[in-house]
Design a protein around this ligand. Structure first.
Ligand code: BGC
Length: 280
């Protein structure tokens, strides 16, 4: 985020990138100033179509881009667009569908969206990876060295590992098997609601989960994302002082996905170079 008191000149279209966050209930887009990670203007949200098939979502992405691109201050019309999605995304392909329509598996998200946008370049990544990148660049991880582990607690559990600024994508640590069970079915925010767990009981499950992550990865910092991070007082008492790794709440909140997706599309030349050489 921009430092208080530090004057940054008004953005030009070249500083702006569209980021779109595809979630289970809403699809949200925004124009991001990639110098600061701040949104220019309001977010634009459309409910996720049901069923959320690739074709239906592509139609909504086209509507979101039309609205954002039509604004007075908008990115260059041929700039790449970033999209995040709650599944494994490998070279544009969706390879899993834990909490999304199964028809996504094997779909090339980048090509599908690009086609719906008249050929505009699209870069896609996992939703937690997007949030992690945003947080590492502009939020809690800013200027911090070492291994950051962002864990989002929501419908599922998402994870992003970022080592000295470099994302290791698609870690899917929500699906670690702990005590014979898929971690996200026990410790996601949804699991707490579905099983009507007290905060104490849920806190214990979180402790089991984070201790395991700590044992496997020895991160330098845990960053907690997802709606639950708005109420740390509910669960932090069961974690504070019980882990080696410091733990903080994400700061970018609802916009983290949009910002991370925009960054992936517009602010990471090294990634684009790597892809271009892989395609050549
Ligand atoms: C998915 C991940 C996703 C996470 C958060 C999990 O169920 O497997 O890809 O990042 O949910 O949405």
């Amino acid at each position: 985020m921009a430092e208080a008191g530090h004057q940054i000149p008004e953005p030009t279209p070249a500083d702006l990138v569209i980021g779109i966050d595809i979630g289970g209930t809403g699809m949200k887009g925004g124009i991001v100033d990639i110098r600061t990670g701040l949104l220019v203007g309001d977010r634009f949200r459309i409910p996720t179509p049901q069923p959320a098939t690739p074709e239906a979502c592509a139609g909504v992405v086209a509507q979101i881009v039309e609205e954002l691109q039509g604004r007075d201050l908008a990115p260059l019309s041929d700039s790449a667009i970033g999209i995040d999605f709650p599944a494994i995304i490998k070279n544009g392909l969706a390879l899993s569908a834990a909490n999304v329509d199964p028809s996504w598996v094997g779909t090339n998200l980048e090509e599908t969206m690009s086609k719906a946008l008249g050929g505009r370049l699209v870069y896609a990544l996992n939703d937690a990876d997007a949030a992690g990148l945003a947080e590492a660049t502009y939020g809690q991880g800013r200027d911090k060295d070492g291994l950051l582990a962002l864990i989002t607690l929501g419908t599922g559990i998402g994870s992003a590992l970022i080592n000295n600024g470099q994302l290791i994508p698609n870690t899917e640590l929500g699906h670690l098997e702990i005590d014979g069970q898929d971690a996200e079915t026990r410790a996601s925010a949804r699991a707490r609601e579905v099983y009507e767990l007290s905060w104490k009981k849920y806190g214990k499950r979180l402790h089991r989960y984070f201790s395991h992550l700590e044992m496997l990865f020895s991160p330098d910092l845990f960053i907690i994302g997802g709606g639950i991070s708005k109420n740390p007082e509910k669960f932090m008492p069961y974690l504070e002082g019980k882990l080696r790794t410091p733990m903080v709440m994400a700061t970018l909140r609802n916009n983290a996905g949009i910002v991370g997706a925009a960054l992936w599309a517009g602010g990471m030349p090294s990634e684009h170079k790597r892809r271009a050489s892989a395609k050549a």
